[in-house]
Design a binder for this molecule. Sequence first.
Ligand code: PLP
Length: 470
Amino acid sequence: MGSIAIEAPKETKPTFGKDANSREYARSLDAKCHMRSFREKFIIPSKANTKSKKVVRPEQTTDDPVIYFCGNSLGLQPKATREFLDIHLNTWASIAVNGHFRDLEDSPLTQWQLLAEHASKQQAPLVGASPSEVATMGTLTGNLHLLMGSFYKPTATKNKVILDWKAFPSDHYAIESQIRMWGYDPKECMVMIGPKEGEYEVSTESILTLIDEHASTTALVMLPGIQYYTGQYFDIQKITVHAQSKGLLIGWDCAHAAGNVPLQLHDWNVDFAAWCTYKYMNSGPGGIAGLFVHERHGKVEYPENGSAVFRPRLSGWYGGDQVGRFNMDNNFRPSPGASGYQVSNPSVVDLTSFCASLSVFNQSSMADVRKKALSITAYLEHLLLSTSTEGERAFKIITPSDPSARGTQLSVLLKPGRLETLSNMLEEAGIIADKRKPDVIRVAPVPMYNTYEEVWEFVQIFNEALKRCE
Ligand SMILES: Cc1ncc(COP(=O)(O)O)c(C=O)c1O
């Protein structure tokens, strides 16, 4: 596995009728939608509540929902979250420390000591991994550091990291600081992959070429699965195979990909990956994160009469195997697989919240999520483009138009000077989308809870607001 890139089948873009720009048409798409029952499983904030300066109790919620296109930043709260957290609080209140080792018959949760493994098992299919290749732990940037601690081993001649031109600042800082920690100069060691001047999309060919140019001096390639700014979905498999054919290790930040597109981290032979779960996976702000370590890197061997042989890493007691974890003998025997990368006992509140959102996710499949994402994103793109004339348009969609090269987010680049006014108008109309200065708004219709009607309504308000910016 891992030496040949199998061409992924091209995904086709749905097309829409001439009468697509009407509320009735949008409603007809919602009526046919295979995921329409999922919206009910989430709490959609109301327009009034989003302006509130006080905590609003559930019974005070009004029924005038905002259009929430910000699930690429923070996913909405599943109704199951409160129920799961209640169960956890009751467990803690009733059996206290015994919760570490006792499974309760009527709880959807496990004993706390095994809850991270329970969550890993459930999220593994979402990222195309076997359960033992996934750890549910910590936070994204912290996990990137732990992974780089194990996978970035620079030498005097091979010390570069190839990264994205617009890596999310936290990734950039993490890489920069790792290089410094090893005593090298980030200016010389950070090689950025970027688009051609004036473009936003980065071609796979240019990435492969850059890898070729720097392979002999590079220690690690670290890229985003989906670029947070443009929404470009990189060809993870092809790039992984290519980097590895040059003898390089490659890791992927899947913050914007996990729960958004159907990843196949194991089959694509990815060395390692990390993601947060508070975006498309709806675990709540700052929720517990996920990481992937391919099974070949997670092996632990015990030579006869010898101590454990495993990939070096930064360790803590929760990475030790469950049998010996409480021996307190200072003899570190890592759990095989990704769970051997754990360091601390995880926050059960965070895990509980994540398990609640996984319980919703697991009533669906990534194939179903993708099917709706392809369609609802194409509908958004179609309406944006068909309700304006090329040449006169005051915006440009900088997300690739190829559906295989994007998830659910479209990034819209506005002509200069419009962002503040436009965002204020959208907000006023009860639309929550994300702005990235100086000129981009990111719009993410999330398959789980957004509707085609919301997309239609958004485009009407967006067009009207743009006119008023002139
Ligand atoms: C691509 C990417 N990397 C890193 C981070 C930082 O995540 P955290 O604060 O959970 O470490 C984010 C947060 O949105 C992100 O989108």
